[in-house]
Design a protein around this ligand. Structure first.
Ligand code: PLP
Length: 382
């Protein structure tokens, strides 16, 4: 495996030669005739004085710093020293050269997968990949095939059949699958891909961040595999309790996404408050938060959930029980609700017909008493 495809470097070079290479700026001139903050609302701290000044068109330069909205896309007026500092902190935390924040995990996957793989490339991806991975792949010009869920032989078979016919092959997995809660066989996949120089590995760590690895750094960290990935996606709407996502990888990858990922380029950047929430989430992971509480609850659930048919083996926070049709999952959701428990019925077509399930997400704040009630209710009605 290599770190960056030559085709990506060539496209970046071409942009530089044409003087069309996009770069993020943080040093904006003071007088704004650029941002989309048409009414100046992003500057308001809800203090009456500022509103009065705004109405009289007397907002001083000092008061024109954005307090809420980011005022534009990252390449126009929405970038800041603060966002770039947080991106450096993210890269550091995940032992990568760089990180680039997207507005959501959906945007990150769509932006990455629609822009990086080219016409002569191939994408191989797990059949249980998240919708955002499917949608990104659908927008790409590359050819794609899916392999059977967590089946390294199925991936190997596709690789052997196609490796010689494509310039680059991107293999896309989730470290923890969002619906089944099981882990990808990352070590086996890495070992397999080491045989091929034109393969690049992409992993979505949405459900591993905050749960696996040292200080919740993710499953790649736990397995000591962080450096082998071309790109890792960390999303902040889950364990971090915030919003947004980052693609983590090389500096070349970051430059490439800034230049070509349309879901990064053509959208208003996250506001400062969102970036602060992301930073705070990472600070909590790095600091005093007791990561063991969630692990204990996962262990408590998995050791006590005997006689529940259809439970998918998982040591993540996601525990799914396959019931196999939309009516049964609705019924169990209602039975749980009668006990004041909210666990979600996931129906087809969100999941494949026949795999409809109750999806349980365990948290650090759940008590053993609550988990007992959950298990008892499932055992009674399952
Ligand atoms: N990737 C995976 C594996 C997910 O489960 C999700 C969310 O459900 C996403 C990406 C999308 O993340 P976001 O909610 O930040 O758009």
């Amino acid at each position: 495996m290599n770190n960056i495809p030559n085709s990506i470097l060539a496209l970046l070079e071409k942009r530089k030669t044409n003087n069309s290479f996009r770069k993020l700026k943080t040093d904006f001139p003071e007088i704004d005739f650029c941002s989309n903050d048409y009414l100046g609302f992003s500057k308001l701290e809800t203090t009456k004085n500022v509103i009065e000044d705004l109405n009289k068109s007397q907002l001083s330069i000092k008061n024109r710093q954005s307090k809420s909205g980011s005022t534009g896309s990252r390449l126009i007026s929405g970038n800041s020293v603060f966002i770039e500092q947080v991106e450096k902190e993210i890269a550091n935390f995940h032992s990568a050269e760089s990180a680039l924040i997207f507005n959501s995990g959906y945007d990150a996957n769509v932006g990455l997968l629609s822009s990086v793989p080219q016409k002569n490339d191939l994408i191989l991806f797990d059949e249980l990949s998240h919708a955002s991975i499917y949608d990104g792949i659908r927008l790409s010009y590359a050819k794609h095939f899916k392999f059977k869920h967590n089946d390294t032989n199925s991936l190997k078979d596709l690789l052997q059949r196609h490796v010689a016919n494509y310039e680059n092959i991107y293999v896309v997995v989730e470290s923890i699958y969002s619906m089944d809660g099981d882990a990808a066989p990352l070590k086996e996949i890495v070992d397999l891909l080491h045989q091929f120089t034109n393969c690049f590995l992409i992993v979505d760590e949405a459900h591993a961040l905050g749960i696996f690895g040292e200080k919740g750094k993710g499953l790649c960290n736990e397995l000591n595999l962080e450096n082998v990935f071309f790109a890792r996606i960390y999303t902040y709407g889950k364990a971090l309790g915030a919003h947004g996502a980052a693609v983590v990888g090389s500096n070349h990858l970051r430059n490439y996404l800034i230049n070509f990922a349309r879901s990064f380029i053509y959208t208003t950047a996250l506001p400062k408050s969102s970036i602060e929430s992301i930073q705070r989430g990472y600070q909590l992971l790095s600091g005093e938060v007791n990561m063991q509480l969630l692990k204990n609850n996962i262990a408590y659930f998995t050791t006590n959930c005997k006689n529940i048919n259809g439970l998918i083996a998982s040591n993540s926070a996601i525990q799914s029980i396959i019931l196999g049709n939309n009516n049964d999952v609705d019924e169990i959701e209602n039975k749980l609700a009668e006990q004041h428990i909210y666990a979600k019925a996931i129906k087809s077509p969100t999941v494949k017909a026949g795999t409809e399930r109750i999806r349980i997400c365990l948290h650090a704040f759940n008590t053993y008493k609550e988990i007992d009630l959950l298990i008892n209710t499932l055992q009674k009605h399952g």
